[in-house]
Design a protein around this ligand. Sequence first.
Ligand SMILES: *Cc1c(COP(=O)(O)O)cnc(C)c1O
Length: 444
Amino acid sequence: MKTTQSKPVGRPPAFSYLKTSRSPEGRVLHCDQASLTALAEKYGTPLYVYSASTIRARYAEFESAFARHPHTICYSVKANSNLSILKLLASLGSGFDVVSGGELERVLRASKKSAKKVVFSGVGKTAEEMDAAIRAGILMFNLESEEELHLLAERASRLRKTARIAFRVNPDVKAETHPYISTGLREHKFGVPIERARELYALAAEQDYLEPAGVSVHIGSQITDIAPFGETMQRVVALVRQLLADGLNIGYVDAGGGLGITYHGNSNATLRKSVRAYAATLIEQLRDTDLHLLLEPGRSIIAPAGALLTRALYSKMNGNKRFLIVDAAMNDLIRPSLYHAYHEIVPVVQASGRKGASHGSSELAVLDVVGPVCESGDFFAHDRTLPNVAPGDLLAILDAGAYGMSLASNYNTRPRSTELLVDGTRVRQIRRRETFADLIRSEI
Ligand SMILES: *Cc1c(COP(=O)(O)O)cnc(C)c1O
């Protein structure tokens, strides 16, 4: 579709309003150069749309911010695990952070040679998952308990292959975020207490087929205040110095993921600023060391690259409350229901006369945007001010690239959505919509 030269407005990096020859009625939200009205017509809704150029730009932003210190980005697969997205990231040189045998399989499927850049995190790795990862020759296991250490030692010696390990230490640092995604406090299930770490590393060093190689942390997700990352890294580096003094050969620190995004009006500039501040804080703690830094970003790379398109089905008033019922639901994007997360919601077609992200003032309504699932918790927004949306209109739920599709379910026997990867003008379907047959395939 031909677009005019007018300056894009709206919501960069991935999504902006463009005027097209086919949209005399106003500006249409695009993902890169692809019109979202056209994509919704062709592929149906709900529909996940991702921008490849934004994924590349976000990855490059990390690479450039950390360029002055040896590092490897190990993208957190659980944020969005679509094979085509993993393949794209692997082609950029990314490693991967996996938390299950299934995620490891995905990485191997997307790019076999990325195995040597995989770190395996998670509190409950099974013997089978360990065997698969040992055989694949991954970079490092992030261990989270003494019992796990013993099991891995046994599996590695059975396979006669040395496994590199780090302990995920719990630094007891408080990071402001939702309680469900905060992980760095003593009372959380994650990691081993940092005070016990030396003793555990000494134990690991005695095992024939384990090689203590790093120290790892991950204090939570959607953390927007940079200070806890610095405080954590300071504690980790202090531990590494003790371990080095103990005679261990620790070469890696794994800083985990967790860098938040704003969700309220991201832009290239705000995203860049936060990655740079994050990098400066971590590197400051590492500058007198030879430690290779591992990073496990998920959300900060993929969230701004994706949107969930949904079509309005009905609008109604219950008492004084106005509801807009849309065809996407909590099974497609559970973040609002699970974390009370905020997602910007914008109309895909911006009627003429309105400019930019402010949707004009003439016809606004305050409403709840809800899905068809039979739960009061099935909502995308409460008391949100939106331009008057009529049934049939398209909406885009922004910043839905992370923890959207990867947390999607078939609740209410709803098929999971199509996913599209847009690259400039090229559109690729990277997952087809599930059919009813897909949903009952494993049932007897
Ligand atoms: C979830 C997770 C990440 C990624 O977190 P983001 O907030 O998406 O950056 C990284 N490392 C571990 C161990 C995780 O569990």
